[in-house]
Design a binder for this molecule. Sequence first.
Ligand code: SAH
Ligand code: SF4
Ligand code: F3S
Length: 440
Amino acid sequence: MEETGKVFIKTFGCQMNVYDSEKIMAYLDDRYIEAASEDEADLILLNTCSVRGKAEQKVFSMIGRFKPLKDLNPELIIAVGGCVAQQEGQGILDRSPLVDLVFGTHNIEDLPDLLDERIRKGKRVCRIIEESDKVTSAQAPSRAVVSKPARLVTIMKGCDNFCAYCIVPFVRGREISRPSVEIISEVESLVENGALEITLLGQNVNSYRDPESGDDFIDLLEKVDSIHGLSRLRFVTSHPKDFSVELINAMASLETVCEHIHLPLQAASDRVLGGMKRSYTLNEYRSKVAALRDAIPDVELTSDIIVGFPGEKRSDFDKTMSFLTEIRYQNVFSFRFSPRPGTAASRLEDSVPERVKKGWLPELQHLQSEITAWKHEDLLGSTLEVLVEGTGKKENGMLEGRTRNNFIVHFPGSEDMIGSLTNVKVNRSGKIHLESEVVK
Ligand code: SAH
Ligand code: SF4
Ligand code: F3S
């Protein structure tokens, strides 16, 4: 056992990275405790995202900001992991002399060794492997974050879809599913430690297939659903092309599966969808949503949209705008197209000028925030069951919870309610969340 230091982890990107950061913490558990801020850290670790150019630039500007800390404490170790590390590898050490250590998305388990190399031998180190058969080691120590009521569990990694714009298959590798016995035992241990809600993670969960038993995603949902003590089950992300009637039926019939689905549309024009290699048409998407709403009347949908894909015209963008009004998503995450190295779309002409993308994006976001606000108004006066997940970020004495169908609700209450299910009555609707009070 070594001397204990303090680690500050900054996580960028998607829930995969959030999960990986928890794993990283677990691997460092006997050597580092969490630092309250970067100023007091002995190890600063950036878990990076490279899905858009902007996300990647953020990493390098952040590293630059650590210079004064490194000047003060030459022993400070700066480590870069995640998707930018996987993509750039040694290039990060070359570009930034402040960085001590780089590790790829398949090398989380190696981190303690790499730290030893840095500390004992004084070498700047980089370890990136291209692929790994392991999703994450089952033997990984259990993740440190105690008694959080809503937890993430990775069921597969990588992606085989190669959507034309997307770097994920390059930085996360091919799709590999994790054996369901491992998944079940991880969920069981989280539930035993107080988790009421589990979100199963994968870039394309619908194509999950147990490498040992051959179970598919629905078999897995059934198994997790039957775990005693679990109240809510979510999963992300579903690719619309693989979102099946069977899955809709399973969502409707399995008690713990929540009435919410994130179903990234990306664009509503078939021409643009074709260019993106998304393998569905707008009508196919539309009829899946209709079937879902038939089966689960109070289901809510969220989505991702890219504006300004190569070749997209105003008339294509207008289709996306009217589809948002038609579908009435609960919320939409929207992004300007950003060409990524190695992807098919990076070889197309980035034909939509940046100023046009910069105009379309707020237009879309404005429309969506109106739709979200209407949905919130519809809930005024109603009583909702929420899982109390934590304290509200800004206001003192406020708790934050989420409904099964993914509405975010704030209400006054004491911290001992965190981790419980409670009923609240909505008394104000906001743009981002609902305000309410606990029903006695
Ligand atoms: N596996 C998920 C998430 C992929 S990344 C899925 O299939 O949806 C999350 C979102 O980032 C994508 O849905 C997409 O909307 C956006 N995105 C990915 N690559 C992008 C790029 N090059 N430019 C802009 N947005 C991008
Ligand atoms: Fe990227 Fe497409 Fe895979 Fe999602 S499904 S991770 S958008 S390639
Ligand atoms: Fe970003 Fe990597 Fe996730 S590129 S979106 S952190 S898989």
